[in-house]
Design a protein around this ligand. Sequence first.
Ligand code: ZN
Length: 307
Amino acid sequence: MASTRTVAAKRSARKSRARAGDKSIWTERKVRSMRILQIPVLAKLPWLVHGFSAKPGGVSDQGGEKVLNLGYTEWDTKESVLENRRRFQSALDASDLHLISLQQIHSDVIHLFDAAPAELCRGDASATNSPGLLLGVQTADCVPILLVDPKKRTIAAVHAGWRGTLQRILVKAIGKMQMQYKSNPADLLAAIGPSIGGCCYEVGTEVATQFLSQFAEAPEWFDEFRTGDEPNPIQWLNMMPPGHQPPPKNVLLDLRKANRAQLLGAGLRTANIFVSDLCTACRRDLLFSYRKEGPQSGRLLSVIGIR
Ligand SMILES: [Zn+2]
C-alpha cells in the first residue's frame, strides 16, 4: 500500500514537472493563481532570484480572462501592469529589488548596470554583479535567456528573437560578462525560457538565407532547409507547367536550438544549459504568443537578480 502511494506520488511529481517544461529540469511554482517556472539548480542559490512568468493569474482583463500581463501594451492599463509586476515580484520574494526592463529593439545592444538607470534604456540584454537589481526580459514568442555565474556572482538577461539570434546577442552578452566581470563561460549556468518552438515558428526562406550566411550549422535549426533558390522538383514530377507550383515560401526555425548552439560555442557545458520545451504558440493556456494573438497578446517577463 505504502509503495503504491509512493509510485503514485512520484508519477504525479513527474507529471507536474513535465507540465512545467523539460521533463527533468524545470519546476513550476504556484503562488496564488500565478504559475512561475524555475530551474532547481538556480533556485538553490540563496543569493539569487529568478523566474519565468506565465499567463494565469494577475489583474489584466484579456477578453474577459484575468491574465498576468507584465508588459505595457495598448490594450492594457499601466495600473494593471504595475499591479501584476508587484504581484510577480512578491511571489518571487523580490519586492525590494529594482526591476530594470529595457525598451527592446531586436538589437545586439547590451547594458551593464551597477545601479538602476534614471531612464528607460534601449537594448536587448543587461548584465550586473550588483545586488538589488532585477533584470527583466519581456517576450511573447521570442527567446528569453537568463545567465548566472555562480562563482563571480554575476548575472545577465537576454532577449533573442530571430534578429537578435542572427546578431549573436547571446555570445556578445557572454563576452561582456568575461570582459567586465571576469566570468569563465565554463562556469556559467543558462536557462532558455519558454518561447515559440520549432513546431510553430514559420519564417520566410530569406531568413534561412541570412542564417546560413552567418552560421555553418544553420541547416540543423530548420525543419527543412530551403533558401528559396532551389528548383522545384515537384513541378517536373507532376508535369506541371512552370509557375503553377511555386515552392513554399516558409520554413520552420527552432530559435532555441540556435541559441543553445551559441551557448555551447561560447564555452558553456552541456549540463549547465536548461532549455524549456514549452511553446508559446502551442500553449496559449499557459503563455502569451504574439504570432497567435497579435496586438492583443500580453507579455511574459523573465527575471534574474542578486539579493
Ligand atoms: Zn508550437
